[in-house]
Each structure stands twice: as structure tokens, then as C-alpha cells.
Design a binder for this molecule. Structure first.
Ligand SMILES: [Zn+2]
Length: 264
């Protein structure tokens, strides 16, 4: 759906002068427009980077900024908090809210002991609350460490291992976001497969409707995959390849359809 700038401006202007509180009216109008601007001819891609802030996060920020590709960083509270390095990267993300969203990837990342973590859902739930506080998150959007689960108003997918935690998160109105396609990495943390191969996988998933929500596709990547100049170029190339399709558009995860309370 395309709005002409003149029409958009006129709509906002009309709303503003009809309100006793013009500024609030404009903000509300912009928010509604963001939520409902999907159209049937466009396929929406959500670039998501997990586990930062880490080495590699800076390159992800630079590349997405240069390409003007909206993206989401699912951060680990501990990684943000433990050093000035992490706090600096966090600041770069939150200062560019038109391009970037921040998501909650837990405080501890389960210390990478996933079975123990998910067998203690109360502890895990408080780990997410701690991360929300550390990251000063206004949204209620989380991604589980090491587990592809979903919980929105319409998507309910979780393994028996994580379901007790997902229920706790749901009762507190948290959305859980998984992924449709992952760009995997090898034992050294380097991306497996070429950008072209990844772009082909995205095309195939859309074509076969193998996405959690029709015409919406979430790509999982990890910040640390792109810490070297050569691998950063692969990320830039993937985004460039996806941008050659005029029907593709990038969005932040805060714009994903069906979020509980609109993600707030
Ligand atoms: Zn992770």
C-alpha cells in the first residue's frame, strides 16, 4: 500500500487540528499506520541478530545502516551490562529507532545450560525480567536462548521442554519470537553457505509458504558471525541480494503481525 507524501501529511495535519492535543494525535496516527501497513503484494523480511552485544555487532549496525535495512537485535542482558564496549553498542542501536529494534534474549543466555534452564521455569522467567530491566526495554518481545518457540496472539508453538516457561511469559503478556530461516555458523563461528544460497532459501520459503506467518519471514543470524571484514561482506551481500526483489521489504520485529498488546 503506497501513501503519497502529500496525502500522508494532509491526514496527519487534519487529525492534528481536530484534536485538543495535536501532538498526541499525530503520534497515535503514526503508530496505527505502522501497525497496519501490510499489503498482499509485499513479502516482509525480519533480519534478527542474536546474542549481542558482541564482536560483530558493530559491523551488523554499520551494514544495516548503510543498506537502510531495518533489523532487530535480540540482546543478552549480561553482554550489555558487563563492559563499556557492550553499553556503547547498545546505545548505537537504541539511538536509531527508525531502523532498529531491541529484543530480549534473556539475561544469562541460560549460561548455555538449556536443559537446566528450561526445567526451572520460574528462574528462567525472572532471568527474562532481569534482562528487560537491564536493557530498559519498553516492548515485551523475547526470544528463547537455543530454542525456536513462538507465542503471539495467533502463533502458539513450543516444545514440551519450554512450554512451562512460555506459559509464564504468556501470562505476563510477553511475545515469544522464533525464526523461519537460520543462517547457521560453523564451530569457529563463521557463516555456513554463501549469501546467494541464503537468498535462495528465503525465496523458497516464501514460494512454498513455509513461514510461520504467510508473507512474513524471520531470519536468525548471530552478531558474532560477522566480526571479520570478509564475513561482514557476506551479510552486506545477502541484504543486497534480497533488496533486488522489488516485492521484499525489511521490517523490525516490533512490526510483526499479531503481537500481544501490539508488542508493548
Ligand atoms: Zn542466543
Amino acid at each position: 500500500m503506497a501513501f503519497s507524501p502529500l496525502f500522508y501529511f494532509f491526514t496527519l495535519f487534519t487529525l492534528a487540528i481536530n484534536s485538543s492535543n495535536a501532538q498526541v494525535s499525530v503520534i497515535e496516527s503514526q503508530t496505527k499506520r505502522q501497525v497496519s501497513k501490510f499489503d498482499n503484494s509485499t513479502k516482509y523480511i525480519y533480519l534478527t541478530f542474536d546474542d549481542g552485544p558482541l564482536l560483530g555487532t558493530s559491523n551488523c549496525i554499520d551494514i544495516c545502516t548503510h543498506q537502510q535495512a531495518q533489523a532487530t537485535f535480540f540482546e543478552v542482558g549480561l553482554h550489555q551490562e558487563r563492559a563499556a564496549f557492550g553499553k556503547g553498542l547498545y546505545e548505537r542501536i537504541i539511538q536509531n529507532q527508525s531502523l532498529f529494534a531491541l529484543g530480549n534474549h534473556s539475561y544469562s543466555h541460560a549460561n548455555n545450560k538449556y536443559l537446566y534452564y528450561y526445567h526451572h521455569p520460574d528462574m528462567a522467567f525472572h532471568d527474562f525480567l532481569k534482562s528487560k530491566s537491564t536493557l530498559k526495554l519498553e516492548n515485551n518481545i523475547v526470544r528463547l536462548p537455543g530454542n525456536n518457540a513462538w507465542n503471539t496472539t495467533v502463533l502458539k508453538k513450543s516444545s514440551s521442554l519450554v512450554t512451562p516457561l512460555v506459559h509464564k511469559l504468556d501470562s505476563a503478556s510477553f511475545n515469544v519470537i522464533g525464526w523461519d530461516v537460520e543462517w547457521r555458523f560453523n564451530k569457529k563461528g563463521f557463516p555456513i553457505g554463501s549469501p546467494q544460497k541464503m537468498a535462495n532459501r528465503v525465496d523458497a520459503a516464501f514460494a512454498s509458504n513455509h513461514t510461520s506467518t504467510k508473507n512474513h519471514l524471520v531470519i536468525l543470524m548471530h552478531d558474532h558471525m560477522f566480526r571479520s571484514p570478509g564475513d561482514s561482506l557476506k551479510l552486506a551481500n545477502l541484504i543486497g541480494l534480497l533488496k533486488t526483489n522489488p516485492n521484499y521489504a525489511f521490517r523490525k520485529i516490533t512490526q510483526y503481525p499479531g503481537l500481544i498488546n501490539g508488542g508493548r
